[in-house]
Design a protein around this ligand. Structure first.
Ligand SMILES: [Zn+2]
Ligand SMILES: [Zn+2]
Length: 253
């Protein structure tokens, strides 16, 4: 079944898309299940810091679910930035009836991999700092899937890692019964690979990873379900099963 488990709407600071418009697009594209995962960013340097309101989100979500709930399965979620740094807020939000929580690292201290930072830090230097944050966040846990595991790739266009480091991250992640997503947004930005690509998926499978969610990371409704087939094929290549979450419980498709 075609799904999309990473979507941003007007409840994220960097999207103006309406939930209802996503639904209309999804119905046209034969997507019968998806999840709105708006940003929760608390880094003071992020321009979306404290932008998210669960009340406003759920008010809109309930309306759209009421209207279209019989035609497709609509799920609620968040993409929570740097979960290990804002554990109290994550716990607080976990009391809301979300189906799915993505944990993502976008920031390392006050650094985002923007051009200025890329001029100061080589890919290797940046990734070295990045993987430390990822490890801290999977150790902490509290979410279902780690978002775009090789996030700096979207900006640096390349990836750097030590295999032992990645294995430790996957081990900790799987110990907590969490998984990774295959995020296809990099393909829309001209990169040849999804996030992650083949090399990391191989390591994930070697470490015992069995499941992935698939997400477009759409910020406009036209991108819903983008490159779903590519992600599905990629998962199958490594024997990984596509899953969805409802009420924070994993369902194998
Ligand atoms: Zn993200
Ligand atoms: Zn996202």
């Amino acid at each position: 079944m075609k799904t999309d488990y990473h979507i941003h709407t007007e409840f994220s600071c960097d999207s103006e898309a309406k939930m209802e418009e996503y639904v209309k697009q999804a119905l046209e594209r034969d997507i019968r299940m998806f999840c709105f995962t708006d940003h929760v960013d608390l880094n003071p340097d992020d321009y979306g810091c404290n932008y998210y309101s669960p009340e406003k989100y759920f008010e809109a979500f309930r309306k759209v679910k009421e209207r279209y709930g019989e035609q497709l399965t609509l799920c609620s979620g968040i993409e929570f930035g740097e979960p290990h740094l804002y554990a109290d807020k994550l716990r607080e939000l976990s009391n809301y009836p979300y189906d799915f929580i993505i944990g993502s690292i976008h920031w390392i201290g006050n650094m985002f991999p923007c051009q200025k930072v890329r001029e100061q830090y080589s890919a290797k230097e940046f990734y070295t700092l990045y993987w430390k944050e990822v490890l801290s966040t999977v150790k902490q846990g509290g979410f279902d899937a780690l978002g775009h595991i090789d996030f700096p790739k979207r900006y640096y266009g390349e990836i750097y890692y030590e295999e032992a480091e990645i294995k430790e991250i996957f081990k900790r992640l799987l110990d907590k019964d969490m998984i990774i997503e295959i995020n296809t947004s990099s393909l829309r930005k001209g990169h040849s690979e999804a996030m992650p690509g083949k090399d990391l998926l191989q390591v994930y499978a070697d470490c015992g990873g069995r499941y992935v969610t698939v997400g477009s990371d759409a910020h406009v409704e036209q991108d819903v379900g983008a490159d779903y087939e590519a992600a599905k094929q990629l998962a199958e290549t490594f024997g990984l099963q596509q899953v969805v979450y409802q009420e924070r419980k994993r369902i194998v498709l």
